[in-house]
Design a protein around this ligand. Structure first.
Ligand code: ATP
Ligand code: MG
Length: 730
């Protein structure tokens, strides 16, 4: 695009921001108003009309996905190689700097980046070296504390314990952690930014070089910067006027991770010459979607306040589906997506957004069953998550002691004092005798070969598995899983870990129990009973899990449905959007309901979710939800109720099932949730000659071909062909 084209594609305020004189600038504007577009066009404009070399540009975004998108948008506008240009996330840019200046930064040339898991393992080792009781001082908490200090720019010698035991203990861990990182040439994520910041301050020549070099600095999603990120921008900018930031206070969603909305005010006082631009036209969403978003966010106080309008027309109302349960919710979403695709649209144009990762499992299953391609962003597929794989490894050992992969995975997880050395001895023994690790371990503990301590730890593990096997012999699958998660120590392990991540892992483990409850081998199309005559239910469950994990992510280019948490959806847009699980306790999340500050952040998160939608938005919620192993009976989220009823069209499950959860003047369109083309309905009680009484949870197909999923009181959940099952209505 040449300059005239660029300028013609912008509205007057956008144009003013894009062509702003070199200087400090703040673009504060609502979702979909073109903030990201202004940034990219400004780069093109500067390069094409102001003779600015791409080499002189520093542009920062929040996620790798956003950075990639910005790079490709810039490439579209600029026929120039982008290699010299610094476009990326804070972390990736700091990493690049440290690679180039490792010596100045006091790092090894071959320094390694460590991720959150490595960090946790390192801190655990440190706790045991320092003889600190990790029951009293959980490693996870120590990691969190250390990262929080770094995000504030604080080294151990900046921190005074003032007699506070909590601080003193963590401080000693922080010190030892730093030493270990320095010795091992390891750099964690928070360290990247802090180290770059310190290096620039300590090396005036280097700082001058970069201040000279970067003629303009541009920052997207500025509302979510934390203290060290702001300091980093500040040091690179100095007192010059060359920093342009764009953001939206209503989309600040990382307060829980230390982001500071106040940085917006801080920017204005640190750069008093900054020109402010306000963009008010939204180019993304229909009038209805935008009105819904505006109405929602009005319920927050302390906003900087802005209005958004669109000329894209009213569009469809937002559809609200009250599902009977989470399975029905997933089924409904899958059905809508199938229609959308049948109308000639691409799967990639639709997104399912949810509050917590554990919600994805039921949705994933529904999509797998319908063979719809999907991709999960910023997260893993359910059965690939670390805690799930660990729990599955225990289950696997119950069924097959000789599975070496399972043995390796959990022999010292949770840690039970079996070190790398002992594991190596077991491995060597197994290899030399050509036996499984299990057998080798058993021999070593009975005939010697390990230190007494290791030997007793290893026998402890072997006994744990054997005992658990006996104890769970008569349990059904769900209880078997529950007992395993508990007795293995995994549950306690993650409980102790605490924090947002530990909580998520626990939720996932509970969700695995739910998976066991609803597991039905008939769902697994690949199994042929004739081939696998004596598979236990557990074996079938494990095979199913392996298949789902192995299915892997659809590759980057495959057209697939986009699934992600609302946090990961920031900055993105999709024609069709589902916000799933809009229930009190789930969203807003239970933990945030009593605290106004956190509730406001949840509402901003909902605003982010709503404003991702371009053409059509669905809200769904389930009246009963089995999540994380428990049944919840939920009211619809307050966020739905905060949106005027006139914007919402309610699509109901069968009336008889629905408790009056949402009694307002919504126009109710009754869409049958009867099993398509039959006299049965979801939630209906039925009787079966052999299985007794049950309730219809879900169905597939139509009329004579329909299959229904029935939860029987006596025998659990089964899929049945309606035409054979001879169900009686009760
Ligand atoms: P968010 O707050 O969600 O990050 P944003 O303010 O960054 O949103 P963009 O992603 O830049 O908004 O723009 C939203 C959509 O509107 C994009 O598809 C963009 O291409 C389009 N758009 C922006 N400005 C214009 C314009 N002047 N004319 C046509 N389309 C526009
Ligand atoms: Mg944006």
């Amino acid at each position: 695009m040449d300059v005239t084209e660029i300028l013609e594609s912008l509205n007057p305020e956008q144009r003013a921001a894009v062509t702003a004189p070199q200087g400090s600038a703040l673009v504060l504007a609502g979702a979909g108003s073109g903030k990201t577009r202004v940034l990219t066009q400004r780069i093109a404009w500067l390069a094409q009309t102001q003779g600015l070399s791409p080499f002189g540009i520093l542009a920062v975004t929040f996620t790798n996905k956003a950075a990639a998108e910005m790079r490709s948008r810039i490439e579209e506008h600029l026929a120039m190689p982008l290699r010299g240009m610094w476009v990326g996330t804070f972390h990736s840019l700091a990493h690049r700097f440290l690679r180039a200046h490792w010596l100045d930064a006091g790092l090894d040339q071959s320094f390694q980046i460590i991720d959150a898991d490595d960090q946790l393992r390192l801190v655990k080792r440190i706790l045991s070296n320092l003889s600190i009781d990790d029951k009293k001082w959980p490693a996870k908490q120590a990691v969190w504390w250390i990262n929080a200090q770094k995000d504030e720019g604080l080294r151990p010698n900046h921190i005074q314990d003032e007699g506070d035991l909590y601080i003193r203990t963590h401080l000693s861990i922080y010190r030892a952690y730093e030493e270990a990182c320095d010795r091992g040439g390891m750099v964690d994520f928070a360290e990247l930014l802090l180290r770059m910041h310190e290096t620039l301050l300590a090396q005036p020549a280097l700082l001058n070089h970069y201040r000279e070099r970067f003629k303009v600095i541009l920052v997207d999603e500025f509302q979510d910067t934390n203290a060290i990120q702001y300091a980093w921008l500040r040091v690179l900018t100095g007192n010059a006027d060359k920093l342009m930031v764009v953001g939206d206070d209503d989309q600040s969603i990382y307060g829980w991770r230390g982001a500071k909305i106040e940085n917006i005010q801080r920017f204005q006082s640190d750069y008093p010459n900054a020109i402010s631009y306000r963009l008010e036209q939204n180019y993304r969403s229909t009038g209805t979607i935008l009105d819904a978003a505006n109405a929602l966010i009005e319920h927050n106080t302390d906003r900087l306040g802005k209005a958004l309008w669109t000329d894209l027309g009213r569009g469809d109302p937002v559809s609200l589906y009250a599902a009977y349960n989470e399975i029905d919710e997933a089924r409904y979403i899958v059905e809508r997506i199938k229609n959308f695709f049948a109308e000639g649209n691409a799967y990639r144009d639709c997104a399912i957004l949810y509050r917590s990762n554990a919600q994805s499992r039921v949705l994933e299953e529904a999509m797998l069953r319908s063979q719809l391609p999907y991709r999960i962003y910023g997260g893993q597929r359910f059965f690939e998550r670390a805690e799930i794989r660990s729990a599955l490894a225990y289950l696997k050992l119950l069924s097959q002691r000789h599975s070496d992969a399972a043995f390796e995975r959990v022999v010292n997880l949770p840690p039970r004092g079996i070190g790398d050395k002992s594991i190596q001895i077991i491995r060597d023994a197994a290899r030399s005798t050509n036996q499984s690790l299990w057998t080798a371990a058993l021999n070593l503990t009975t005939h010697g070969g390990l230190t007494p301590r290791a030997s007793s730890a290893v026998s402890g593990f072997l006994n744990l598995i054997d005992d658990l096997d006996v104890a769970t012999e008569n349990l059904d699958l769900a209880h078997l899983i529950e007992e395993t998660v508990d007795a293995s120590g995994l549950k306690a392990f993650y409980e102790k870990e605490g924090g947002e991540k530990g909580q998520a892992r626990l939720e996932n483990l509970e969700e695995l129990v739910t998976a066991g409850q609803t597991f039905d081998p008939d769902d697994v199309p690949l199994f042929d009973e004739a081939v696998q005559p004596d598979m236990t239910l557990l074996d079938e469950f494990l095979s199913q899990a392996a298949l789902e994990a192995g299915a892997g992510q659809g590759d980057q280019n495959q057209d697939s449905i986009q699934m992600m948490t609302m946090h990961s959806a920031k900055g993105l847009e999709f024609p069709l959007v589902f916000l799933a699980g809009l229930e009190e306790g789930l969203f807003p999340h239970q933990m945030s309901m009593d605290e106004p500050g956190r509730l406001a952040e949840e509402r901003r998160l909902c605003y982010v979710g709503v404003t991702r939608a371009m053409t059509k938005l669905y809200f769904t919620y389930a009246e009963t939800r089995r999540l994380n192993g428990t049944d919840r009976y939920n009211r619809v989220s307050r966020f739905v109720q905060e949106i005027p009823a006139t914007l919402i069209e309610e699509v109901r499950s069968h009336e008889a099932l629905v408790r009056p959860a949402y009694q307002t003047s919504h126009q109710v369109k009754r869409v049958a949730s009867e099993v398509s083309g039959t006299e049965f309905q979801l939630g209906q009680k039925v009787g079966h000659a052999k299985f007794g009484e049950g309730v219809i949870l879900n169905y597939e197909g139509h009329g004579q071909q329909a299959r229904v999923q029935v939860k029987f009181e006596a025998v659990g959940t089964k899929w049945l062909m309606l035409s054979f099952a001879k169900l009686q209505s009760i």
